[in-house]
Design a protein around this ligand. Sequence first.
Ligand code: PAF
Length: 280
Amino acid sequence: MKVFTEPAQLQKWAEGRRKAGKKIALVPTMGYLHEGHLSLIAAAKRKGADEIVVSIFVNPIQFGPKEDYARYPRDEKADLAKCRASGATAVFFPTPDNMYAKNHSVFIDEKQLGRTLCGARRPGHFRGVCTVVAKLFNLAKPHFAVFGQKDFQQQAIIRRMVRDLNFDVKIVVVPIVREPSGLAMSSRNTYLSAEDRPKALALSRALDELKRDVRREEELDWAPRRTQIVRGLRESGLNVDYVEAVDAETLSPVETLVRGNVVLLAVYCGGTRLIDNAVM
Ligand code: PAF
């Protein structure tokens, strides 16, 4: 497995692999890898990638000034071992200084899908995500890139960026991986205390109930269900950030929940912000 820290090294290697006719997959991550990330690598393998590049970079420009950039969990040694064991063929481990010139001044700003949900609450977040992902596309030169459904709004925005800016990269989206308890896997779960964990299960419980009801009733009037979910989450000890039902492509709110719509939840559990979602 190759390990690159310099953007130019990765770019040169990727160019060579492309010329040799190899199919390159990119799995962008911020590290502290868990089963969810490993499922992205497994998907890259299943889809026939010859080279699987995992990028591990806690991207400073997608964190707000009061967010957890400094304390975001990092474990380079364990991440490298996991990448090697799961079949990655290259890892890209840049530093902020070699990703961003001191006078870096070009950013990608998606103007529609990012206005709601996490975009509305984390100003600048998706601008940082789009900018780094575009850079990673230019460096790893992937034929396809794999993202998790866990960050539903992120994958929608990346797909929009690829469409609108004509990136020659196919986007593959992989279902959420959950702990046996139902909790969606996330590097930030490490912040949860023993008392927080049972509270956090209210998220997947609410989504499971909704999926069951949509399957049974075909349509649900969203407003009363939303009120009920917000109440349930609060009663479980969570601080609700948002509970929204949207169209899967446009992310516009829906009034009647039907199959194919997406319900997205964001809460604070203790001091930890958790997100989850489900396609009905
Ligand atoms: O989903 C993530 O971990 C990050 O937002 C990404 C896509 C690696 C960009 O930094």
